[in-house]
Design a protein around this ligand. Sequence first.
Ligand code: C5J
Length: 223
Amino acid sequence: MTKSHIFEAEPYPLPFEPAATALLIIDMQRDFLEPGGFGEMLGNDVSLLRTTIEPCTRILKAARDSGLTVIHTREGHRPDLTDAPPSKLSRGGLEVGIGDAGPMGRILVRGEPGHDIIPELAPGDDEPVIDKPGKGAFYETDLDLILKNRGISTLIVCGVTTEVCVHTTVRQANDRGYECVVLADCVGSYFPEFQRVGLEMIKAQGGIFGWVSDSARAVQALG
Ligand code: C5J
């Protein structure tokens, strides 16, 4: 089927159909992005992630204006932590880790302030929010079902962090047959080298996991 729109991207332009395209915003949560949150408590420079907020707000507005499906995700767990693997809870041997009291409530626990999406990107009433226990947004969630029910085949991907939850989700989506275009200025990492290499990996070998573009080209593509 011929598609009506073209996304300028690397490694080559991607034809897409807006009605079959969703904007997927990964884990733009207060604990990862806000000064005084869990990310900063671990010694990370959150300003490296905060540069994504402004371009994300622009693509979010463009997606809403174009009538695209918009889906948000949050990484986190039930308050009783029964959905958190013991390996995840113990990883890193942190003094303060998942489920413990952190600067913005219990860390990565649903319903706590730090688990919430930052106000700049607050989900609209008609925008599904996927609560995911893992790094990948398809693992033990109904994301695939929602996308299939909406007839979605292309994903515009934004969020944090590039090499962890964004990469895991894009790889899972790619294996399920979705075409992913990752917006370079709308994804962020605490580690500049991982950001650079993470994006390189997606578009290497003819787009082994998908495409890389940016917010300006995305807004233009949605036109
Ligand atoms: C995400 C993480 N969202 N870095 N989580 O990437 O642990």
